[in-house]
Ligand binder design. Structure first.
Ligand SMILES: [Zn+2]
Length: 74
């Protein structure tokens, strides 16, 4: 088994912008980078990217709900 450990910094792919970064958070099992977090916080409906970010959040939520299973909520 080959084990590659030369890179100590763990980069993860942002679910929203697809960038590989170190800093970020998990939102409902999806990784979101710091930059996107800030954008989401400051997002207004007048923002040209509003629909894009909104759809991504819906995707995250729907994916999460799919995993959890609706029937378990009843
Ligand atoms: Zn991002």
């Amino acid at each position: 088994m080959v084990c590659q450990m030369e890179d100590v910094t763990i980069k993860r792919k942002c679910f929203i912008c697809d960038k590989e970064v170190q800093d970020g958070i998990d939102v409902l099992g999806k990784f979101i980078c710091e930059e996107c977090q800030k954008r989401l916080i400051n997002l207004s409906p007048f923002d040209k990217n509003y629909d894009f970010y909104r759809q991504k959040m819906i995707d995250i939520w729907e994916d999460y709900m799919k995993d959890v299973g609706y029937e378990n909520w009843v």
